[in-house]
Design a protein around this ligand. Structure first.
Ligand SMILES: [Zn+2]
Ligand SMILES: [Zn+2]
Length: 413
């Protein structure tokens, strides 16, 4: 089998069949799956060996090892809940022992979540502590009523996922996650073809006021674009496809951020930021959130940190954690410059998460003796000591330890 690194632990055990895979990573976009492909330490298939798939399963897969886990990457046929639900159902037919699904990729963020404790910037990562199907319900003329009974909406995360999230937020878990994230991002940059997936300059992180729309701003230039006396915003199809520079969106309408990031570091691969990992609820919907006013309404109602479209579809089939890099602010202002970088940060976070996910008997890559003897210097099982990383919001989680649900949010700095 092809090996991607030389410093491997001995006695890696190649899985006997598809039942030995217990982790799936699900991606919808090309930039997302391209980034996730780089986190594999080893691939289990080549032109001489294939694990096949169940009959009538249309999915395409990449099988391999990420740290200690046998992982299957699922390439979705398209974006959205319908595609992710279909992909997850077929995945489960071919890989019946999947215990954890990571939906990895990019998302739009609520820049100032309503809990008032954090600000989210482009290039940060959101890890879901719960999903909300924000557009599942009834739209009345003056308000939206979301169906929220236990049978109508998404169940809360399983006890195993809640327990895992708690571990990630422990002092040790936090330290490992933080250190691994940076290390894995650098690993991705060392891959051929990813040298240029670096973060755009911080000046490219632009947050416009929620009331300022992305439209043709010259009223004589377009008969569709405009704001009515009631505040209703109309955007033409042409404006939707143009950048803020092309439309002349006014930078005097940018929000002044409370917590200005000045985190660019020069590396051999160009500028690198210190991405922050936010744990919070994510809104999953059937449509792309491209309206700052609706974004704020949903965030106010549901307390969500971000918006995406695939998590809800996968949710019914196995326990899911959504891991998404922030590439925009879920508003109408068009900016695709952060997508590649956000994909890398999400993929690296997913790998950092998997370092702490415990395999069960029969599915771990390593033989039992190798687990015990493994050199901690080997990738995937490192020796972590608290080396002075600061924990700004750490206390909030530990204080809540007695609570039965993990629905609070926390940000790692
Ligand atoms: Zn227009
Ligand atoms: Zn704009």
């Amino acid at each position: 089998m092809s090996t991607r690194q030389e410093n491997l632990p001995v006695e890696n055990t190649q899985p006997a069949d598809r039942t030995k895979f217990d982790v799936a990573v699900i991606c919808a976009l090309r930039c997302e799956s391209d980034a996730v492909e780089t986190i594999f330490d080893e691939f289990w298939e080549d032109d001489k060996k294939s694990y096949g798939k169940a009959s009538k399963d249309p999915n395409s897969y990449l099988l391999g090892r990420v740290g200690q886990h046998n992982v299957v990457l699922v390439y979705m046929a398209g974006i959205g809940k319908v595609n992710s639900a279909a992909a997850a159902a077929h995945l489960f037919a071919s890989f019946p022992n999947i215990r954890l699904g990571l939906v990895v990729g990019i998302c739009g963020a609520m820049p100032q979540p309503t809990d008032g404790n954090t600000e989210i910037f482009l290039g940060d990562v959101i890890v879901s502590t719960g999903l909300v199907q924000h557009d599942f319900g009834r739209q009345l003329p003056n308000r939206f009523i979301r169906k929220d009974t236990i049978n109508d909406n998404l169940r809360r995360p399983t006890s195993e996922i809640r327990s895992f999230l708690r571990q990630l937020c422990s002092r040790r878990g936090h330290t490992i996650l933080h250190k691994e994230l940076h290390s894995f991002i650098m690993d991705i940059y060392s891959e051929k073809g990813f040298e240029n997936w670096t973060a755009p300059p911080r000046e490219e992180d632009k947050l416009y006021r929620a009331s300022y729309p992305h439209i043709h701003h010259d009223p004589t230039g377009c008969i569709v674009c405009g704001i009515s006396a009631e505040g209703q915003i109309s955007i033409c199809d042409v404006a939707l496809e143009l950048s803020c520079e092309q439309l002349g969106c006014d930078e005097r309408e940018l929000e002044l951020r409370k917590d200005v990031r000045n985190d660019l570091k020069s590396t051999e691969h160009g500028s690198l930021m210190a991405p922050k990992i936010h744990f919070g609820r994510i809104a999953s919907g059937d449509s792309v959130m491209k309206s700052a006013l609706h974004r704020n309404q949903v965030a106010m109602r549901e307390g969500v940190y971000g918006f995406e479209m695939e998590g809800a579809g996968a949710w019914d089939n196995f326990p899911v954690i959504v891991v998404k890099g922030v590439c925009d602010y879920a508003d109408s202002h068009k900016n695709k410059r952060w997508q590649n970088y956000a994909s890398i940060v999400a993929a690296a976070t997913a790998k950092a998460l998997l370092c702490q996910w415990r395999g069960i008997d029969g599915t771990s890559v390593l033989s039992d003796s190798a687990k015990l003897e493994m050199n901690p210097k080997n990738k995937g099982v490192r020796d972590y000591r608290d080396d002075g990383v600061t924990f700004i919001n750490y206390g909030r989680v530990s204080n809540q330890a007695a609570s039965q649900t993990f629905n609070q949010s926390v940000t790692f700095h």
